[in-house]
Design a protein around this ligand. Structure first.
Ligand SMILES: N[C@@H](CCC(=O)N[C@@H](CS(=O)(=O)O)C(=O)NCC(=O)O)C(=O)O
Length: 215
């Protein structure tokens, strides 16, 4: 298997952590994509993933799978023991729900702020970000506020349970972890009073897969 990604990126980190959790790090070759150079917006890459984002998993038969959740579901089920995405219908549904909230209310909100209210990945990317749209900055700043609200939401969730989707570590935790890492990079401060989120983060930081993700 190959993974086309951007080694320091928060979304690629979601898959790198999942690979380490599943013990699959040695089964994958990483192919770097030059995001600051806008390689992911060129025709050759868009053939792999029309949404123009990384990571993308390339299977040995040539199939390309994008979206961290889809890639994680694939990796998690290879050994018939889906510990990250849920074993029962109930587990799968709750993990899917919480990971989607972690995407829309946290990591993707940080991404919109980063790309549209800051210089983001740099000048070469400007052409791909509707430069003439005068609402872009405001949208980016509103997204930063949405991300902070998302942090508060997950802090509330984690007051009553050890992990984002319940009693066990899952794909949803990996997505929240990526969102907080992206927030750090984009200089969005985690509210001081989010004590449960901070305690959860310290615990997750001790996981071998987080200390040493694949790659
Ligand atoms: N929903 C997508 C999000 C992927 C994503 O946004 N990836 C970022 C990479 S990183 O910022 O997380 O490193 C990207 O390709 N951004 C490029 C762009 O938005 O132009 C997924 O789950 O894979």
């Amino acid at each position: 298997m190959k993974i086309h990604d951007f080694a320091i990126g928060p979304n690629p980190a979601r898959v790198r952590i999942a690979l380490a959790e599943k013990g699959l790090a040695s089964d994958v070759t990483f192919v770097p994509v030059d995001l600051p150079g806008a390689e992911h917006k060129q025709p050759a890459f868009l053939e792999k993933n029309p949404t123009g984002t990384v990571p993308v998993l390339e299977l040995d038969d040539g199939l390309f799978i994008s979206e961290c959740t889809a890639i994680t579901e694939y990796l998690d089920n290879l050994d018939g023991n889906p510990v990250l995405t849920g074993r029962t219908p109930r587990e799968k549904a709750v993990i899917h729900m919480m990971q989607k909230r972690a995407e829309s209310e946290l990591i993707d909100a940080v991404g919109i702020y980063f790309h549209h209210a800051t210089p983001g990945l740099g000048d070469k990317m400007l052409a791909y970000k509707s430069p003439d749209w005068d609402g872009r900055q405001a949208w980016g700043e509103r997204s930063r506020d949405r991300a902070v609200a998302g942090m508060r939401y997950f802090d509330k969730v984690l007051r009553d349970q050890p992990y984002v989707a319940g009693q066990a570590f899952s794909m949803a935790d990996i997505t929240v972890w990526g969102g907080l890492a992206f927030a750090d990079f984009a200089r969005i401060a985690i509210p001081e009073d989010c004590a449960a989120l901070a305690a959860w983060r310290a615990r997750v930081a001790e996981r071998p897969s987080v200390r040493s993700p694949a790659g």
